[in-house]
Design a protein around this ligand. Sequence first.
Ligand code: P6P
Length: 340
Amino acid sequence: MNRPLGITVSRHILDSQRMHPEATGELSGLLSELIVAAKTISAEVNMAGLADVLGQSGRTNIQGESVQKLDDLANNTIKRRMARCGYICVMTSEEEEDIIPVAEGYEGKYTLAFDPLDGSSNIDVNVSIGTIFSIHRRRSSLTTGQGTQGDLLQKGATQVAAGYIIYGSSTMLVFSTGEGVHGFTLDPSVGEFFLSHPDIKIPPRAKYYSINEGNTPYWDDNLRRYIDYVKAEDKADGRPLSARYIGTLVADFHRNLISGGIFLYPKDNKDAKKLSGKLRLLYEASPFAFIISQAGGRAITGDGRNILDIEPESLHQRVPLIIGSKYDVDLVEDFLLGRR
Ligand code: P6P
């Protein structure tokens, strides 16, 4: 479908819905409510330095990480708005240990998993942060009432939509409902997201590699060999790649999506918590894997599994994540599986 630049995200969503006569408009409604929450968070993030929402809230989250005030604000903004949207039956958030119920009488047929504010360590230093979301249908369409943990524990390949909002030099919404990846830029003067990046495709080969090289002592040898390979000079093969690591997954992913790159957060033996990687499957790896697959890239764990095929076992399950330009993800997999 021709998607003229400058249309609003609401127009884009309704035009997409119109392509599906069987659509009830519930997914469109869900996305529209999520977008209102994103605009609210964007306004707070952009005022953070002035509105004294920086700094620690005094709480620690399920991950044992200190929760920044903006984390709390973003989490509550999404929870409160989505609990009464009428389109979802259950939620899970990085900030909450247990599932989050919706308001009685407002149960719908979708589920929502989200990271309200990814990149917390960068909040106080004014580096880009973001919100990530993942939407599934509840497991049984015959079921009504509150959803369960089982409705949330579904593999990435069954997502109906996934996306992120990046609060950077501008605020952008990037999402897919399975018909390509589209980017919208917020014009804060009118409070609207306008289509700025229709049908995004990731360049087939990486220009950048993104990994925290401070963890080098904790990687397995095959990964160290791969990183040495991308840093070695071979001009004909476009190496060395350039290193770019912001420390906010949303920002590193977005740059690599637009310019071509590979992001790696592998398992490492720095501490027991990271033996399965640091990033979470349901609301980080899985939504980005859905987006990258729609943009022509790939997402793997590095031990032979595709992220989209993993059957989740727990809400906050961690996985190793290697994601980006297909050529480079395939190459890393060859190194890690000893094929190279
Ligand atoms: P490290 C931010 O805290 C985050 O969850 C991701 O956004 C980011 O990619 C990663 O952690 C950074 O982790 O260990 O390199 O600081």
